[in-house]
Design a protein around this ligand. Structure first.
Ligand code: NDP
Ligand code: 2IT
Length: 450
């Protein structure tokens, strides 16, 4: 098991003490600290002025009540969060998640990861994350609108195109961003397009933002495969989830000739050995907001395995792209994937593989792309949306996608080269953590103790 360097261990202990009951946050910090031992061995100056301790403590955490009225006239109460983690690189930037499992520890782990991810893009964006324990499932458009308006009625005072710029994440897509942007505009009496990203194409959104996370992970995973002279062509691929990230991952993998045979949602997973029919999946998930199991009935082929009766990672594949949620791929799943001959794993979700799973992949020589590098295409394209808004311009799909492809190639190369430089060739986890850290540490030092 990788260890935290003696000099960094007290930092981890303090994080655990200060943030009791937040295991996902501890997990995210631990992984970064395990990598940073190699940095402080070469550059002990990074231990000065409690720089790493400061990086582990959010600059600001906002928790608020979100009251709203449901369709029956009943008042409902949810909890809203925004963790403004680090503004060393630029305005806080990161998505909003609406899911019943959301709590402050989940938002903190996501905000912490976002700092390094955003730094890796090379664009001027800090790290933050937010959301609510609101569950949009089964709610009418009117209920979702009233919730979003109430949520924004508190959050707006903490936002701004130079301050904090949210976007989507689980449970937050174009519909929710539209309602929140409308309420922000109304409350502030400003058409401040750059305050949110993932907007609709008719009011300042960027072409290719919807596709960006899935496409970006596919570019990243392809770059990893290419280091071994391989490509997606003809490779059996499994993508978990069937939301924004999963759908556009499947689309891009298919365009490279990969055969995607399985995907999932929280109710279970489907397998279609002929290759998934993506148009049908888009119809079920994007238009009807339905359940993935409907695929089997509508298509008349394939099979469905209910959640709890098996794992999607039991399905043999050469490439695995977990794109649902944190810790969805366990050590046991990883062992199964390795046994079945997996060659590459590209994380579309944030922290979907447990530490045991990562270890299993790396020990088996599987190319493993951690989320903070592999899924950075979404936030990178959000930054391109901010550029378009700031210059009151609108780029073509091709121009935006070309920038995304270059950014993902650069992220891949900088992780790869940093891992070599720090004595861990092929280890993209170490490469991503160290390359991201150095980019954030430099401005932090320049600013002094703040
Ligand atoms: P969506 O809400 O569009 O889709 C989420 C998918 O994952 C759904 O299929 C959902 O199933 C499934 N899922 C979510 N939570 C759980 C759970 N607890 N157990 C089982 N299945 C679950 O979200 P996104 O596609 O945007 O996000 C997916 C992942 O990608 C998240 O980890 C997110 O943080 C990450 N990500 C997203 C980016 C973006 O730009 N959107 C950028 C970078 C990372 P169901 O519909 O049944 O709930
Ligand atoms: O996890 C992520 O990077 C996102 N949900 C996207 C964040 C953004 O600001 O586009």
């Amino acid at each position: 098991m990788p260890q935290i360097d003696d000099k960094l261990a007290p930092i981890y202990e303090q994080v655990v003490r200060r943030n009791a009951g937040e295991p996902e946050f501890h997990q995210a910090v631990r992984e970064v600290l395990e990598s940073l031992g190699r940095v402080v061995a070469k550059r002990p100056d990074y231990l000065e002025d409690a720089l790493i301790e400061r990086l582990c403590e959010p600059e600001r955490q906002i928790i608020f009540r979100v009251p709203w009225t449901d369709d029956k006239g009943q008042v409902q109460i949810n909890r809203g969060f925004r963790v403004q983690f680090s503004s060393a690189m630029g305005p806080y930037k990161g998505g909003l998640r609406f899911h019943p499992s959301v709590n402050v520890g989940i938002i903190k782990f996501l905000g912490f990861e976002q700092i390094f991810k955003n730094a890796l893009t090379g664009l001027p964006i800090g790290g933050g994350k937010g959301g609510s324990d609101f569950d949009p499932k089964g709610r009418s458009d009117g209920e979702v609108m009233r919730f979003c308006q109430s949520f924004m009625t508190e959050l707006y005072r903490h936002l701004g195109e130079y301050t904090d710029v949210p976007a989507g994440d689980i449970g937050v897509g174009g519909r929710e961003i539209g309602y929140m942007f409308g309420q922000y505009k109304r409350l502030t009496n400003r058409y401040e397009a750059g305050v949110l990203t993932g907007k609709g194409l008719f009011y300042g959104g960027s072409l290719a933002r919807t596709e960006a996370t899935g496409y970006g992970n596919t570019y990243f995973t392809r770059a990893m495969l290419q280091t071994g002279g391989e490509d997606f062509d003809g490779k059996t691929t499994v993508v978990s989830g069937s939301g924004n990230v999963a759908i556009y991952t499947i689309e891009k993998v298919q365009s490279y000739g990969g055969k995607v045979i399985a995907c999932s949602d929280s109710s279970g997973y489907i397998v279609d050995e002929n290759g998934l029919d993506l148009d049908l999946i888009k119809e079920i998930k994007e238009v009807r907001r339905g359940r993935i199991g409907e695929y089997v009935r509508l298509k008349g082929q394939g099979y469905f395995v209910k959640s709890g009766e098996g794992s999607i990672w039991d399905v043999p594949c050469q490439v695995a792209m977990p794109s649902a949620t944190q810790n969805e791929l366990t050590g046991k799943d990883a062992a199964k994937l390795v046994k079945n001959g997996v060659q590459a794993v590209g994380e579309g979700a944030n922290m979907p593989s447990t530490p045991e799973a990562i270890r299993t992949f790396q020990q088996a020589g599987v190319k493993f792309g951690p989320g903070k590098a592999a899924n950075a295409g979404g936030v990178a394209t959000s930054a391109l949306e901010m550029q378009q808004n700031a210059s009151r311009d609108r780029w073509s799909f091709e121009q935006t996608e070309a920038r995304l492809a270059t950014i993902m190639r650069d992220i891949h190369d900088s992780c790869y080269e940093t891992a070599e430089e720090f004595g861990a060739p092929g280890d993209y986890v170490i490469g991503a953590n160290i390359a991201g850290f150095i980019r954030v540490a430099e401005p932090m030092r320049a600013f002094g103790v703040i």
